[in-house]
Design a protein around this ligand. Structure first.
Ligand code: ADP
Ligand code: MG
Length: 389
């Protein structure tokens, strides 16, 4: 049942509805989400926004009312009750805000309790898990003999003992003081560095920043207006350019040799992550394992390509730069920073060219219909503006 095309965690239009009629609550409302192995995702948002519900769905503690959930290629809806229980115990380790330790069992016994569901208990392994969280010296203590921070570390050891593929943590530091919060986050950082996949619910902005990706929930939905840094936006543009170039090669608009232009510097993992984020914000979609533009993504890609190719023309035709590398580097810089107005003026200055110096078509802009020609003052203005960049 392993699906090599899909992501490690994949939610397709998942909803969770509680109650019926007038009392219906859409705790999770149509969320699509992809996460890769080894990712660390923070789920953030106000109280009641559906964070816990979403985490419980990913952890198979709950079943979606609508939509599909796939983990490592397994469609959760196809599992029987007993298969699901087994799948859950092998796949996810949970850490809760209330540590949920059994009061009359020692630390090591609490950890072994998780193994019990796995049908074999091994004290050595349980002690090893306690060691991973720095609690081997407290193995024989009862929960009430441990501080809150220590109890949570035992709970983390319990989550780790079956070597789960995914760690799910619901406000794991919600009941801890600052000092113990730091310790728990350091443990999570270490687990992430060791390659674990982590999905964590938190209120804490600083903690959210530790994760690679943040999802902001509001009324059961992922908030669209996520703020991305300039670097992240540049990465999105690079991906869009790459997809555009591929489309041109496929459709014969562009010769195959020219693939060097999009020799981007992303690793396979970075690429997958970018695609996941861009899917979430509606720039691309994945169909039959291939990345495709959405209309929004295509329009943004067209604008980036237009800026890039106009900049190339400008450097070669107007500024007389013929060093391929210099032209390319400068065009890559310009494509991210030119405003629509400057781009249109540059296009007019160049006489609305049809193709870049390599012969690839330059997408038309609003200025091209008017075929406007700039006056000499305007030309000087555009050039001095561009030189100052
Ligand atoms: P969060 O973790 O972000 O605070 P939850 O996922 O716990 O939010 O809850 C989201 C919404 O779903 C809330 O309005 C909550 O009252 C409702 N809800 C959660 N669990 C249940 C349940 N078992 N029955 C009915 N409503 C629920
Ligand atoms: Mg919650």
């Amino acid at each position: 049942m392993n699906n090599s095309v899909g992501s490690f965690i994949e939610l397709v239009d998942v909803s969770k509805v509680y109650g019926s009629g007038a009392t219906t609550v859409r705790a999770v409302d149509g969320i699509s989400l992809q996460a890769e192995r080894g990712e660390w995702i923070a789920i953030m948002g106000p109280s009641g926004s559906g964070k816990t519900t979403l985490l419980n769905l990913i952890g198979c503690l709950d079943q979606p009312s609508h939509g599909a959930l796939l983990i490592d290629g397994t469609d959760i809806a196809r599992l029987s009750r007993s298969e699901l229980a087994r799948f859950r115990s092998e796949t996810v380790g949970f850490v809760f805000q209330q540590f949920h330790l059994v009061p009359h069992l020692t630390a090591v016994e609490n950890v072994m309790l998780a193994q019990y569901f796995h049908s074999m208990t091994d004290e050595k392994e349980a002690l090893e898990a306690l060691k991973q969280v720095g609690m081997e010296g407290r193995a024989r203590h009862l929960p009430r003999q441990l501080s809150g921070g220590e109890q949570q570390r035992v709970a983390i050891a319990r989550a780790l003992v079956n070597d789960p593929k995914i760690i799910l943590a619901d406000e794991p530091t919600g009941n801890l003081d600052a000092e113990n919060q730091k310790i728990v986050f350091r443990i999570l950082s270490d687990l992430h560095a060791a390659g674990r996949t982590i999905v964590m619910v938190t209120h804490d902005e600083a903690a959210g920043k530790l994760a690679e990706r943040r999802l902001n929930l509001e009324h059961g939905r992922i908030k669209e207006n996520l703020l991305f840094s300039a670097e992240e936006n540049q990465d999105f543009d690079e991906v869009l350019e790459h997809l555009w170039a591929h489309h041109e090669i496929e459709t014969g608009i562009r010769p195959h040799e020219e693939i060097h232009i999009e020799s981007h510097e992303f690793t396979a993992v970075q690429w997958k992550r970018l695609i996941a984020t861009m899917t979430q914000i509606g720039l691309v979609k994945v169909e039959n394992g291939r990345e495709r533009f959405t209309p929004k993504g295509e329009s943004r890609a067209r604008d980036v390509i237009r800026r890039h190719r106009l900049a190339e023309r400008l450097f070669m035709d107007v500024l007389n730069i013929h060093d391929e590398h210099e032209v390319e580097t400068s065009a890559c810089k310009f494509e991210h920073i030119l405003s629509p107005e400057v781009t249109d003026r540059m296009c007019s200055l160049l006489g609305h060219p049809d193709a870049c110096p390599h012969g690839s078509p330059i997408p038309k802009g609003p200025c091209c219909d008017e075929k406007r020609v700039l006056g000499s003052e305007e030309v000087a203005g555009v050039l001095s503006g561009i030189r100052s960049i």
